[in-house]
Design a protein around this ligand. Structure first.
Ligand code: NAD
Length: 476
């Protein structure tokens, strides 16, 4: 399979290409992706810039029809797209199919948003004058996406961008070209005018700066790591360009003495290790009060060590491989760092399976303190640590003692503590008796502090980023 860039309505090969390697079985090459250069990115931006005017003038019905077509095809093909996703990213098959379905649901939601237009018609404070407050498209938006949700994250940026009348240039992560290509293929048959949607493969460091720096690109929505995000924010700040960043997390799951132990263990197991821990919302810090600490650690350790790690497509696999060799090395390094910092580690070793893949046993790190590197830096793998605390007050302080603020969870049967935590957790999303990961698609997604910057993604709140508010005064 050749994954070509899609520029101005045409599929484009490049002389160079990179292999798309299955992390469950490195002998399985799914295809080869184009390696576009800065000049290709320029042409994609030009195509989007030219097409933006026409799409901005499209009717709600035209926009609905395009988004509904895309949604229907994704949903009808969710099993096949989910398998592709699992093969190239390493999520288990049910997780892959679930993510593909999520992408379809997101397009459905934003198809609906095209018809739910909002605006205000007001009386002026001055006599005889009318005031209209309306939303206009931003213009050309550059979308830069990470590898860990290879179809859902592009979907939750593309769908609102198109729904609100913008033209798009998508730059997906190098490791997962298959899902981006499949999505572009569906979009190319949706009736969208040529040039409104463009896909450019290539190295982030080569084509990314071109996208960010172009004066024909009006806004950048980025999801990825903190260092890349910071650089993009600095550049957009210089250019006074609208920017939205979703970045890392070091999400706490607080477990209080009064928690239902089964709920707390299951929520932590899911939040920390499912999807191989490669979720920005993963519960990587388990903050546990001393009365339940030993029982909780014993029960979680037992369930964690029983998890079946293996090939993402096998029906008995619960945890798929790490995405690639670099990420695996990073995960193993952090397990070493934690051990050297004086904590106790269960699991965390490299595993061999029938196929050559990046398999790793989930790791539970105990006897840690919040100041340790393992509790301050994002690992982005199947590694969670436990921090023992005295009571709720200390738990809340530890939960908030991080540069990140994406998702924060608590397991408790106390309404008082749950309510206090919802109000005082320094995070964009708070979960009570639920894993820190796992969100709905019709409500806003995003964080505070070092995790996010700019307005929220998803749900009706996406309008903030993908539109510009205009206030018009008329003297009839
Ligand atoms: P990354 O920052 O390495 O790459 C993200 C994207 O940026 C890729 O498409 C990459 O090609 C591109 N890029 C790289 N250098 C660039 C540059 N100089 N200019 C423009 N674009 C450039 O991140 P990753 O490793 O793909 O993803 C993992 C990270 O993503 C983790 O930190 C994770 O927490 C974060 N993440 C956050 C969320 C969220 O919503 N908060 C969701 C998923 C992942």
């Amino acid at each position: 399979m050749e994954y070509k860039s899609f520029i101005g309505g045409a599929w484009e090969e490049t002389s160079a290409s990179t292999p798309n390697i299955n992390p469950s079985d490195t002998s399985d090459i799914l295809g080869h992706a184009a390696v576009s250069e800065a000049a290709d990115m320029d042409r994609a931006i030009d195509a989007a810039h030219t097409a933006a005017v026409q799409w901005a003038a499209s009717t709600p019905q035209q926009r609905f029809d395009v988004l509904d077509f895309i949604a229907n095809e994704i949903l009808a093909r969710k099993a096949e797209l989910g398998e592709l996703l699992s093969r190239e990213e390493g999520k288990t098959l049910p997780e892959g199919i679930g993510e593909a379905a999520r992408a379809g649901q997101i397009f459905k939601f934003f198809a609906g948003e095209t018809l739910r237009q909002t605006g205000d018609h007001l009386a002026s404070v001055r006599p005889g004058i009318d005031v209209d407050v309306t939303r206009s498209p931003v213009g050309v938006v550059g979308l830069i996406t990470p590898w860990n949700f290879p179809i859902a994250i592009p979907a939750w940026k593309i769908a609102p961008a198109l729904a609100f009348g913008n033209a798009v240039v998508l730059k997906p992560a190098e490791l997962v070209p298959g899902c981006a290509h499949a999505l572009a293929d569906i979009i190319s048959r949706s009736g969208l005018p040529e040039g409104v949607f463009n896909l450019v493969f290539g190295r982030g460091s080569k084509v990314g700066p071109q996208l960010i720096g172009s004066n024909k690109v009006n806004a950048i929505s980025f999801t990825g790591s903190v260092p890349t995000g910071r650089g993009i924010a600095a550049e957009c700040g210089q250019l006074l360009k609208k920017v939205q960043l979703e970045m890392g997390g070091k999400n706490p799951m607080v477990v209080l003495d009064d928690a239902d132990l089964d709920i707390a263990v299951d929520a932590s197991l899911n939040g920390a290790f499912f999807s191989t821990g490669q979720r920005c919302t993963a519960s990587s810090r388990l903050v546990v009060t001393e009365g339940i600490h030993d029982k909780f650690v014993a029960a979680l350790e037992e369930k964690m060590t029983a998890l079946n790690v293996g090939h993402a497509l096998r029906s008995d696999t619960q945890i798929g491989p790490v995405v690639d060799a670099n990420q695996l090395q990073q995960d193993l390094d952090y397990v070493d760092i934690a051990a050297k910092e004086g904590s106790k580690v269960v699991g965390g070793q490299r595993l061999n399976r029938d196929t050559e893949g990046f398999f790793m046993a989930p790791a539970l790190v105990t006897e840690t303190t919040n100041g340790m590197r393992i509790n301050q830096e994002e690992v982005f793998g199947p590694v969670a640590s436990v921090i023992r605390v005295k009571d709720y007050d200390e738990a809340l302080a530890v939960a908030n003692d991080t540069e990140f603020g994406l998702s924060s969870g608590i397991c408790t049967t106390s309404l008082k503590h749950a309510s206090h935590f919802k109000a005082h957790a320094e995070a964009g999303m708070v979960m009570v008796n639920l894993p820190t990961a796992g969100v709905d698609y019709h409500v806003p997604f995003g964080g505070t502090k070092g995790s996010s910057f700019g307005s929220r993604e998803q749900g009706a709140y996406a309008a903030e980023f993908y539109t510009t508010v205009k206030t018009a005064y008329t003297l009839p």
